[in-house]
Design a protein. Structure first.
Length: 278
């Protein structure tokens, strides 16, 4: 039987927000892929490595890891059935044979002990009721000398691009949506160091990485995507139509100056954490 400690997260990511993410995987990948290079540089995956991707979602980073570990294997673990289903379908369509996916809760998943050379995560390690227990479990899955590299969100800077562009909506986002709870749990680098050290990792570093956050091909597409996202929908569904329409118009106008031939690109920043298992 599958072990689950994070029952609220399991419910949330197997509910409408997980389904929405899985159905819009390309948009979410476009949004988050500006930090892939930094993540993979820190992970330093070798051709023969066994890689674990924690909270792999629809598996873009698992597939990228599998390509780097051409003679090894990448395993993506995620608590969400719709995300794992989508990850498997895309991976099969792309003909990547050395990437596999499992559904499970990383906090308590019975990973094979000392099996992996490296564990990575693009924003999939914030959603734990007990971070120390979860990272201890992930650490146990790594061989001695194995590496951990992940990225997680920073608190948005009040004068950053996102704060400016989404200001008309930010004022209305009072409640975190179910899947969003925990999202900012590692936004303090001191907390990341504390948790990883308590979980037995050594050589912990946490660095700020800036990159483009791509919201879509143009401002119209970007505003459509933004207003269907779980946290926004969750807060706006009971607001008067006129309020929502006005907020949409203001966000669309604020996004226009960021349109480029490569999409609507805002500057963003994440924390990149790296550590090793002694
Ligand atoms: C913000 S999304 C990131 C997904 C993916 N890494 C990406 O970059 O597209 C967070 C992911 O973590 C997964 N997740 C949340 N809690 C988890 C847990 N306890 N164990 C495993 N996966 C979890 C969610 O289902 C979701 O796919």
């Amino acid at each position: 039987m599958r072990r689950i400690a994070n029952t609220q997260q399991a419910e949330a990511w197997n509910g409408p927000e997980g389904v929405h993410w899985a159905d819009n995987a390309d948009s979410f990948d476009m949004l988050n892929s500006g930090f892939n290079d930094a993540l993979f540089e820190a992970a330093a995956i070798g051709a023969h490595d066994r890689v674990l991707d924690v909270g792999c979602g629809t598996g873009q980073t698992t597939r990228l890891a599998a390509r780097r570990a051409a003679s090894g294997q990448a395993v993506g673990l995620d608590i969400s059935a719709p995300m794992v289903e989508r990850a498997r379908a895309v991976t099969a369509a792309e003909g990547i044979a050395n990437a596999v996916f499992e559904q499970g809760d990383a906090q308590v998943h019975p990973f094979p002990s000392g099996h992996y050379d490296v564990a990575v995560s693009r924003g999939g390690v914030m959603f734990f009721t007990d971070h120390t227990v979860a990272f201890t479990n992930i650490g146990r899955a790594l061989r001695p000398g194995g590496r951990l590299a992940f990225i997680c969100p920073q608190m948005p800077s009040p004068d950053g691009d996102s704060a400016r562009v989404f200001a008309p909506v930010n004022a209305l986002l009072a409640q975190p949506s179910p899947a969003q709870r925990g999202m900012m749990s590692l936004s303090d680098p001191a907390r990341v160091r504390e948790v990883l050290t308590a979980a037995g990792f050594a050589g912990v570093t946490v660095t700020s990485v800036e990159g483009p956050v791509n919201w879509g091909r143009n401002a119209d597409e970007a505003v459509d995507f933004y207003f269907t996202m779980g946290p926004v929908r969750h807060n706006l569904e009971k607001k008067p139509e006129e309020t929502v329409r006005e907020a949409r118009d203001r966000v669309r106008a604020a996004l226009r100056p960021y349109e480029t031939p490569d999409g609507v690109r805002l500057r963003g920043a994440v924390w990149l954490a790296a550590a090793t298992r002694p």
